[in-house]
Write a protein that binds this ligand. Sequence first.
Ligand code: BGC
Length: 747
Amino acid sequence: MFEEAKWITAGNRMGEISPEFKKKISFEKMPVKAIAHVTAMGVYELRINGSKVGDALMTPGWTSYSNRVQYQSYDITQQLTETTQIGILCGKGWALGNLGFSHLSKVYCDEIAARMQLELTYEDGSIETVVTDPTWEVWTSQILDSELYHGETVDLTTEPLCVGFAAEKTGITASPVLHVGEFVREQERVTAKKLIITPKGEKVIDFGQNLAGYVEIHVKGKRGDKIVLTHAEVLDSEGNFYTENYRTARNRNVYVLSGGEDVFKPRFCFQGYRYIRLDEYPFEEIDLSAFTSVAIYSDMKRIGYFHCGDERINQLYSNTLWGQRSNFIDVPTDCPQRDERLGWTGDAQVFCRTASINYHTERFFQKWLGDMMLEQTEEGAVYGIVPVVGELTARISAAWGDAATVCPWEIYQAYGNKELLRSHYDMMKKWVEYMHRYGDEEYLWMGEPYHYGDWLSMDTTENDVAGKRGGTQLDFVATAFFAYSTELVIKAGRVLGEDVSYFEDMYKKIKKAFRAVFMKDGMSVIYPKCDGIYHKRPIHDVTQTTLTLILRFGLYEEEERQAIVERLVQMIRDNGNRMTTGFVGTPYLLHVLSENGYADVAYDLLLQEKAPSWLFSVIHGATTMWEHWDSLREDGSFWLTEMNSFNHYAYGAVCDWLFGGAAGIHVLDDGAAYTHVSIVPHPDRRLGHLDFSIDTGHGILASAWCYNGNELRYNLTIPEGTVAEVQLPGGKVSSLSAGKYLFVESC
Ligand code: BGC
């Protein structure tokens, strides 16, 4: 593909303006088939006779551009006319716009470039191709500037001009590959809820839902009049518009009216927001119906549904769904609003299972893991973000790099695609080998300088950026994950029929080494030889996270288990039924409690309203997950400006416990795609009732329970092709195949 097509650019004549590359073709005979294959360094829209083709946004998507760039194929047979104007309108996108918190730009290319091959088939079977080359014209457009972080400026009074012919661009290393991911499209449309005039006199519109996308505005006004709008996720304690947590991202759209009926929305960027401020607006009256907030995200099929008798938990679930929608825009990102929006591997690793239950994420992750494979170093290292951007983000960390084993395994468990797992298997092994070879201790992963640790945990001193580097020893986390990843390689290898004896042996040795230095008398302990450059930070022998990881990753001996769980419960109780865990410990905490006989404590944490807790943000009006447990504090002040997103999905991983713990459906190691599951529900009267269902691809699998006086009723639906090992709290155990079942226990 694209052999004859050249990369073309505007030859540095455009400044910030979005160029459109144009070519007119005249047909004597109309082709019976016309397929256009298009890509860009930047983002593009294919236009035929001035109209956009298709409804995908932000094409060609974000990949590891130094290795590959996707192209999209469009059937444009129906749109062709005797004389057809083909246009490729481009923006800077990820390849050229500002990217990353180190304020880089032109990370992947120094000028917007486009490439296209049009294949025309005629009735007699002959084929003709039209390709991008220096005979294409370069035109200015009405998009005067467009930046992912900063917003878009559109002037409908300007007339696009031809500035000459395109220049050929050489030296682009990205090979074009056919689109592998999901297309980003417009999804939910949210109406404006209210107009607020803030104490500062700002005109603010509240849409009632934080999301990622853009505001579509329908207006008719005077030619040349201007609308300027800025976005925000929250208002401050006084009720004024608050944008400081966006850091340098301006999130500001500027529109100049044509004088006719205008519809404005950005083409090549999006914002993360709940509110907009009208900095300039040419009308006295603000008609809210002119404004619609449009969510955009990768078009994945929704497959999981949850509802229970506690509205706060339902809101938490909704916040998680919105966190996923906002951050699954082609790449799994940390947040969709500030000058970051990067493919942080740790965040994705933590949230992968929840995400894959909410939506069918197979293609979405296939694409991203494909980039991860391309960027894995020869030694096997996987960076903190994928696609990697600049040196800072090339840091390597435990629980982040482990996305290389966790995500492939979770995707396999969710959808059962063995070939996909096979394609990831080498990456998984190489990552484990990286940890194995690092440093002088073969079976401990020690001394890696940039671990993020139990990121954002609450058990360090206030000055330590409120737990930024956690109270849990970094090398403890690293070695625990080394063991976990090795275990996942073993599981994957068994599924694939590989010889895993080498990794089984390695696992035993890691566990032994871990226990020798990080455990004493059946409890976790600090290993004084550890923790490289951060050795001066306050760390503790025992933290909620150390105990959680020991339990979750099976690093204990059976006789130690009870004492470890009891200590964990005691620590939670001593902290007022609250957790201190960060990114690393939190996703597993409720699981280890319910699996070890303390479902009531898991519910105490789930239903806790005081920070740190999930419901703290819910009762304070959150509509998405917050980055930090108290991003907005009780007294109305904000947590750290520079790390304070209100739309970070990581802690939404708690839903994986709602599905797998409370409803109790868990995919067994030999039961990928829900063919063999366990159903071990953990009911609690405080929720009243709970319903969870998932479309497995071979039918609906559902677990529901309901308290009714002194009766507890369980309704289970098992689809064809699934065997469920059921264990109810009252002791009933059975192996069920397809059917609908009702069990009643007294309580
Ligand atoms: C991101 C996180 C990410 C972290 C790495 C932050 O800036 O927003 O979610 O995982 O950096 O430590």
